[in-house]
Design a protein. Sequence first.
Lengths: 342, 342
Amino acid sequence: MTDRPRQAVRTPTLEDVARVAGVSRATVSRVINGVDTVDLALREVVREAVAATGYTPNRAARSLVTKRTGSIALVVSGADSSSDQVFGDPFFGRVTGGVVRYLRTLGIHPALLLADSDQARAQAVSFVGQGNADGALLVSIHPADPLPRLFVQKGLPAVLFARPSEPVPVSYVDLAHENGAALAADHLVARGCRHVASIAGPADLPAAQDRLAGFRQAMARHGRPYVLVAEGNFTVESGEEAMQHLLDTAPGIDGVFAANDLMALGALRVLRQHGRRVPRDVAVIGFDDSSPAESAGLTTVAQPIEEMAAEMARLLLRHIEDPSGPPTSVIFDPVLVVRDTA
Amino acid sequence: MTDRPRQAVRTPTLEDVARVAGVSRATVSRVINGVDTVDLALREVVREAVAATGYTPNRAARSLVTKRTGSIALVVSGADSSSDQVFGDPFFGRVTGGVVRYLRTLGIHPALLLADSDQARAQAVSFVGQGNADGALLVSIHPADPLPRLFVQKGLPAVLFARPSEPVPVSYVDLAHENGAALAADHLVARGCRHVASIAGPADLPAAQDRLAGFRQAMARHGRPYVLVAEGNFTVESGEEAMQHLLDTAPGIDGVFAANDLMALGALRVLRQHGRRVPRDVAVIGFDDSSPAESAGLTTVAQPIEEMAAEMARLLLRHIEDPSGPPTSVIFDPVLVVRDTA
DNA sequence: TTGAAAGCGCTAACAG
DNA sequence: CTGTTAGCGCTTTCAA
């Protein structure tokens, strides 16, 4: 209690630990970094010294010599225009939550960037290019986002959420969209639906195409090679129009699979306007398990977003660890969430 | 085209710039950092050398000597339990967006932390305590969050969104809740409402209290010193119950101000169940301008969240710049968004 | 006004 | 297996 340091408490350094432990700085460094060529006894001594001094590595100093920052960037890439509310989007929210929760177990906290213009994209690239982060997690709303390519071209470690629409040699996590659609198909058939249709998403979206293909294949397996399809653009309105069109074409429809929840919700509305009871007359299944789906009681196909986000981070860390490793993709299986509409 | 460097392109350092400019490292450093004791001519020479080399400061090296990181933490502090979806919350989304957009103009990208447990809070504190960030932006869902105090106790720069429920000597931005409530009161009165009631928020929430007080005061100014009040807890259900209670007590009600949108939505539902037409029979105003309010066409009081977020960042940066400055608060004025319900 | 030199705290050869 | 030594790239006295 008598000999406090004269000045404001100086953060302990390696030097201090070394002195307390009676070894050299290098040895302490080795112990800290888990190099296993250190005598077991010394290891213990050092550990105690670390505890005694309350030492924590200085990241700047370490970073200066290792050329690594130990942190990563989470780049959220909305559409260039309507990106006003990107961060409020529950999808981004869940991805972000998954990433943050996983990374903090490793003591790392991602830097958040928004890439909603060419300038912002350039900024994001140079942010990690200049070594402010060791790599980037890229979460785009648009599969044709130019950002992935920019990172790959500079040789910067990056991992995407969802396969890009144009092939880029980069790691990503994605959903087995076909399987999700198959889940919906199986459920509809099991319910006894005999006249099943699908509201598909935009043709330029890989995910939308996969969902449609998966649905068709599954229906074919059930002996229904032909499926009536109307195309929407993932909005509620387009879902309404598509449903209207479907009804005009085939009034006897008793099952609908929409490629996303919003369109399913639109379909629901039109169906009810036409006096169809859901699910009794017509069963409806969406995709995404978004929050409107939940509040509307929509049966839907869910993706394990948080797990996918964590895996994304894991992949990136591995890439940073071993930059020569090949691009990898990890595909997750969806789950059917049965609620009131099917 | 002939003399490329033999190895992978080395990032240019101060040394390189100095050589090109024909001056010392120190001079370049001075120019970079805007020290104005440098000869104008030299200044120009250095600038050209910087441009020629494509130099960018190495943050780790700079940080090592200045003891500053040049980055800040954005700590999102949900309730300890139900924080599953914090990042999906549109409120956090807007705050985050505002912060990110403002900071990126300064080339800084916040590290995102989630403080949803004592351990996570400790981690957040030590993250900035150990110099991984120069300060923290604290966005709590709960005004009694212990986090602000933890930061203040350690003397770490922090700025809050919203005044804490217990006084803590810390800077914050907040809304003039009273004024917002007054806006609602004025609007109701101007519409001709004669029997006005309010659904208040939880009594332990400063904001809720301010809203109620502001509403009462404004009504008093309009010669209506007495206002019927029912208390809710900011959920839709509590809004329903409160409205039911209000209707039981005073069936002649023709105007309702709810302390948040969710309760207003609940009120709306009950009102309609009872055959009241809105806004003809009863006018309803909410608070927050949340997205459900928008989709429901609810008239509501909006806060300029993005601007508040930007100001929060500005305050923090100023604090980091001058740690001796006193805590400051900046209060923003709300705006009435008139939609269909009043 | 400018340069030389020290040193921030750490890791990584390289000897021993 | 351990210690010595040399920097990583930058800012900042201190002299000149």
